[in-house]
Design a protein around this ligand. Sequence first.
Ligand code: FE2
Length: 136
Amino acid sequence: MTEEWGGHFRMVIAMLKKRGLELGLQRQDEYVKKLVKGKKKGQSRDGYFLDQLLICAMIEARSCERFKTLWQNLDDEELQEFYYKFMVAEASHYKLFLQLAKTHFPEDEVMERWNYWLDYEASFIGDLEVRGDRLH
Ligand SMILES: [Fe+2]
């Protein structure tokens, strides 16, 4: 995934350059911060590992959804193609994290915890500021 990340980062830099834009400063992501706060305190190493995998899966899934929205709604063909590639990549990352969780833990345990994370996310998602400068 690291090589892929480097390739994607180079794609972003090239697209920014082509369009006369610059990479902004990295900022804390409120969505990720909120997710991390949903981890159970004092849980086992296994429980912590499962939560980490599921948080990663959720972040990838949401990124995929945002790229899909861009791909489907932009008129610019070059950007459509650009975001389509990211959408496909994020979908595979989401599946990978979920698959890893199912490799290490029983499926019912994974799904029970996954449902916890969906409920937890739903409890705060409506309160987050809508920003147009963040995709991942
Ligand atoms: Fe990803």
